[in-house]
Design a protein around this ligand. Structure first.
Ligand code: GLN
Length: 593
């Protein structure tokens, strides 16, 4: 049977075949090609960074790209995952709560993604079980092969139809050999067979070890890792070797020889100073062109587009590490032991810093140790403070002390989500005089619940007690600092993930005392941005949203740009500026996820 006749036969679900390949309506075979990226040897190699960088190179060439991250866990989404274990929960515009890698795709591609770009074992198995209950399998016993695998292929082809992409980038979570991603690999193997020659490009990320005791790079672990992939019937087309240092030719040769992959398709992907240098490194290694060759896509390239996009990107990366000013911004956070929990904030600060020519050092501050007596000392040499999002009461009183210090001492401040709510509580307590102001999240019986879950809003949102999630419009009040930051726009869109909000019945009292709600929901009484008059404070801004999630390398997020600029001005007034010890530059290492 030729792949074509097989394709015809299996695209109809009948009981005369052992195959199960449901096709979404409107699917055109050959229109969309696929790049499958999987990891071998160890996890945490930066598959998302690699895959998004490669996707960016193809997008720059004028091709339409759509990424999908396939997670091995059984959770339906990332909403319930502990950021300690899994990094931050990244919220998409359509409200899907995903893995932080989706943030990497949005930033690298400067492209919003949605629920169709993310799946988990939980999602796949749920739809199979739902179909089974609905009698969708024509009396067949439902099996991992063909049904679960068929569901994975359906999901991939649905994304191809929906996105109309030239290339779908499939990132398979975990490492080859993990039980939980085996059916993803089998699905991709079948996909390649069904779609035929030049349709699917398999890329294996591997790891070249360099044991200190030997002082040289060894290829065996990488060879064995790739062999594991070949055992499941997948011959990689391209091998990317992660390593601390550039991978030498001898090692590349060995890997090439033992995996049947030509040398020019075995590339060194060693650590770089910034993940934003990865696209150019891949391009210099010629990997973008190799992918086009494997997928027979050279004729879809728009060269002038690539030249333009490359120029813009180079303008950004050319400034990385060349900043001549330093500011230190404190981030008060509960997850200070795991920086992945704040990945988007780190990125947003990096973007703002690079775009403004400032090296932004972040100082992590765990607030349970902060109180009214030591706050001035703890924030002594910082030029700005971010109070980020979070859940639960731990450290909240220390955050309030930090906010009070910023408000009274003119230190630039940005409150994000929980940080916005804390700023409202601080203002209510210390300016309005509502000493018992609090959030019902921390004190369900509190006397002055300035932050609360509001029954009428529960009805409006129709979400019950659940979170308010995803992109929402924000109406900006003209003449405010927010309006200035957003270039006098009266409407913007930000990402949200919260359950509590400002109780509207306190709004007028807060405003009478000088708190300005400069961003609101266009039709509902939901306060989304607050600020103090710039006549009284240089930069005091809070937002119920997560602005860090919409910052992009070439388009810094206005609140972060504003904070960094205010921090520079603040530092200039307190010469000489020193970047203090204990701070970490936000310039990330390419090994970071
Ligand atoms: N815990 C707060 C709420 O649920 C803030 C959430 C957040 O910071 N993401 O509203």
């Amino acid at each position: 049977m030729t792949p074509d006749s097989l394709f015809e036969k299996i695209s109809r679900t009948t009981d005369e075949t052992e195959f199960y390949t449901p096709m979404p309506a409107g699917y055109r075979k050959g229109r969309t090609r696929y790049v499958v990226v999987c990891g071998t040897v160890i996890s945490g190699l930066g598959k998302g960074i690699f895959s998004s960088s490669l996707a960016k190179l193809l997008k720059d060439k004028g091709l339409k790209v759509a990424p999908i991250k396939m997670e091995g866990y059984l959770n339906i989404d990332s909403g319930t995952l502990n950021p300690y274990r899994h990094g931050e929960v990244f919220v998409l515009d359509d409200g899907m709560e995903t893995d932080m890698d989706l943030g990497t795709y949005e930033r690298m591609l400067d492209q919003d993604v949605g629920a169709a770009n993310f799946t988990t074992n939980g999602q796949i198995l749920s739809s199979v079980l739902k179909k089974e209950r609905e009698g969708g399998y024509l009396g067949r016993d439902v099996q991992v092969i063909p049904h679960v695998v068929g569901e994975v292929k359906l999901k991939l082809r649905e994304l191809a139809v929906k996105s109309e992409a030239d290339v779908v980038f499939i990132e398979i979570g975990g490492t080859v050999g993990d039980y939980e991603n085996m059916f993803y690999l089998e699905a991709c193997r079948q996909l390649a067979f069904e779609e035929g020659e030049n349709s699917v490009c398999f890329v294996a990320l591997t790891y070249v070890v360099e044991p200190q005791i030997l002082g040289e790079q060894k290829s065996k672990a990488a060879q064995l890792g790739i062999k594991r992939l070949m055992e499941v019937g997948i011959q990689p087309h391209i091998i990317a070797c992660r390593a601390g240092h550039p991978v030498n030719d001898k090692v590349r040769q060995k890997i090439a020889m033992y995996t049947n992959v030509p040398m020019k398709r075995v590339l060194s992907m060693h650590d770089l100073d910034s993940i934003y240098l990865v696209p150019d490194a891949l391009r210099d290694a010629g990997i973008d062109r190799e992918v086009l060759t494997v997928l027979d896509l050279h004729d879809r390239v728009d060269q002038p587009n690539e030249d333009r996009e490359r120029e813009k990107w180079r303008g950004f990366v050319g400034r990385i590490g060349k900043c001549n000013k330093d500011v230190t911004i404190a981030v008060t956070g509960k997850y200070t032991s795991l920086r992945d929990a704040y990945a988007s904030i780190i990125k947003a600060c990096e973007h703002a810093g690079v775009l403004m020519g400032v090296n932004v050092n972040l100082r992590w501050l765990d607030t349970p140790n902060v109180d009214a007596n030591n706050v001035a000392q703890r924030l002594r040499d910082v030029h700005g403070v971010i109070v980020p999002g979070g859940f639960g009461v731990r450290g909240t009183e220390g955050k309030i002390d930090c906010i009070r210090h910023c408000r009274t001492q003119g230190v630039p401040f940005l409150g994000i989500c929980l940080g916005f709510q804390m700023a409202v509580i601080e203002f209510a307590r210390n300016v309005v005089g509502l000493k018992q102001a609090n959030s019902t999240e921390f004190d369900p019986k509190c006397v002055e619940p300035v932050i609360d879950i509001l029954p009428e809003q529960k009805m409006i949102e129709g979400l019950g007690g659940n979170m308010r999630l995803g992109g929402k419009d924000v109406e900006i009040r003209p003449g405010t600092l927010a309006a200035k930051l957003f270039g006098e726009a009266t409407l913007t869109r930000l990402r949200f993930r919260h359950r509590y909000e400002v109780d509207p019945k306190y709004v007028s009292r807060l405003e009478e005392h000088g708190l300005i709600f400069s961003g609101k929901h266009p039709t509902q009484p939901i306060m989304q941005v607050l600020e103090l008059d710039t006549g009284t404070h240089p930069f005091f801004v809070g937002t119920q949203a997560h602005p860090e999630m919409t910052s992009r390398p070439l388009k810094g997020q206005p609140f972060f740009l504003g904070l960094v600029k205010a921090a520079v001005d603040y530092a200039a007034k307190r010469l000489p500026t020193t970047s203090s010890s204990g701070s970490a530059s936000v310039r990330p290492n390419a090994t970071a996820r």
